[in-house]
Design a protein around this ligand. Structure first.
Ligand code: RNT
Ligand code: ZN
Length: 411
């Protein structure tokens, strides 16, 4: 079947595939650097990532240097239609110097910015509050020791300055996302004290108030992590309140809630009270396992909410998964394309028909239409989008993914 007949079929349902394709072209996805090297980073040290984050697997080809990571990224972006962003963590500095976390400066990341300019990519940034001796207790910004808190506040302040400069250099807003591993393995007696310390530290870290021209502060909650099963200091309620009170972006990671909670449902509710949301689109399997995202119902529902609730212009779409049992570049490419496919499907919904049905309480119509819709030739529209953006799909994509993996497997 050709694109033209697919287009006609969608048109029968009152859906304009051209409008959907044009809209999809404008939606950037922030691809996370850490899928490329199993969350190891480029600080000249050895050790596990810590903080309850777990990449498993030993597939050949892990990027060991910034140059290898950039080469992998260039390949991945060439397989992903559209222009996108890179989400960098502070532990991915590119320098011969060995600054501690409280000593990092813009110059340590300047090669990334030069490269991003050359590639036409935007950058997002993250302070790294894990994989460090001063985070070994799984307490950082909420640590009872003032000296440790000060160290991490300094780190966070520096990342904000670096993020603001990145945003200014690239002419796009750089989101600086704060996630700390802080929590307790067993039931604490003074949750309140820990939360007061976390609040005070973040207040200090994001003061003076943010430079909204070039960067945003985001805060990311979590339910639990390995080693902090009893209490996570930065819980959802904590950061939902924090972001509302302090006008920061709220980050929702799909792996950071009870497994049966629907993160898509949170978007409209949270958006009434915070201006902007950052998503970490992920696939928790039984726990926050960070599997590569699929075209699964929960991802489709997120995309539908972004479209139907008109949230695309105030949501930053980031990805957060890492799988070291498969080709890391293939994971990036398929995961990112899956997010785009979900968005395309959402953009191809006949909302003009579904909304009135729902308002008229005609749930049968809503049910029948949404199910029948699944049989429309979506794949043809996706292929057309890829072709227009000079990206392969189907078997051509698979061949290129395999060839590239073959070329790096000797690392
Ligand atoms: C951890 C959080 C966080 C990290 C990255 C590496 O549970 O999801 O976003 O995955 O910062
Ligand atoms: Zn996350």
């Amino acid at each position: 079947m050709s694109y033209d007949s697919a287009k006609a079929q969608f048109a029968d349902w009152g859906i304009d595939t051209e409008t959907a394709i044009e809209r999809l072209k404008t939606i950037p996805i922030s691809m996370h650097c850490w899928q490329g090297d199993d969350v190891v980073g480029f600080e000249q040290k050895t050790g596990a990532s810590g903080g309850g984050i777990q990449a498993t697997g030993n597939h050949p080809g892990r990027a060991r240097t910034p140059d290898e990571l950039r080469a992998d990224l260039e390949f991945a972006y060439s397989m992903i239609p559209g222009s996108h962003r890179l989400n960098l963590h502070a532990m991915y500095l590119d320098t011969d110097e060995t600054p501690d976390r409280d000593e990092i400066e813009y110059k340590h990341f300047a090669p990334w910015v030069d490269w991003a300019k050359e590639q036409g990519l935007g950058l997002d940034f993250n302070p790294t509050f894990f994989a460090h001796a001063k985070a070994d207790d799984n307490l950082t910004l909420s640590h009872p020791d003032q000296g440790i808190r000060d160290f991490w506040v300094e780190h966070g302040q520096r990342t904000r300055e670096i993020a603001a400069r990145m945003g200014a250099e690239l002419g796009t807003i750089c989101v600086n996302n704060i996630w700390v591993p802080d929590g307790y393995k067993d039931t604490p007696v003074d949750r309140m004290a820990a939360r007061r310390r976390l609040e005070a530290s973040i207040d200090q870290m994001i003061d003076p108030s943010q430079d909204r021209a070039h960067m945003r502060d985001a805060v990311e909650s979590k339910l639990f992590g390995i080693g902090v099963e009893a209490c996570t200091v930065g819980s959802h309620e904590f950061y939902m309140g924090y972001s509302m009170k302090n006008d920061t972006v709220l980050c929702l990671d799909m792996g950071h809630f009870h497994p049966t909670e629907n993160v898509a449902d949170k978007l409209s509710a949270a958006s009434l009270f915070v201006d902007e949301i950052l998503l970490h689109v992920s696939r928790p399997m039984r726990w926050d396992s960070d599997h590569v995202i699929l075209q699964s119902d929960d991802v489709l529902q997120i995309a539908q909410e972004l479209v139907a609730s008109d949230l695309l212009d105030r949501t930053y779409i980031g990805l957060d998964f890492f799988d070291a049992t498969i080709s890391r570049t293939a994971a990036w490419v398929i995961g990112t394309r899956n997010m785009q496919k979900a968005l395309l499907r959402a953009l191809l919904m006949p909302l003009d028909r579904l909304r009135p049905a729902e308002d008229a309480l005609d749930f049968t119509e809503r049910f029948v239409v949404t199910e029948e819709l699944k049989d429309l030739p979506f794949g043809q529209v996706w292929d057309e989008f890829c072709a227009r953006m000079s990206c392969p799909s189907g078997l051509h994509l698979i061949n290129q993914l395999e060839d590239y993996q073959g070329s790096v497997s000797g690392r």
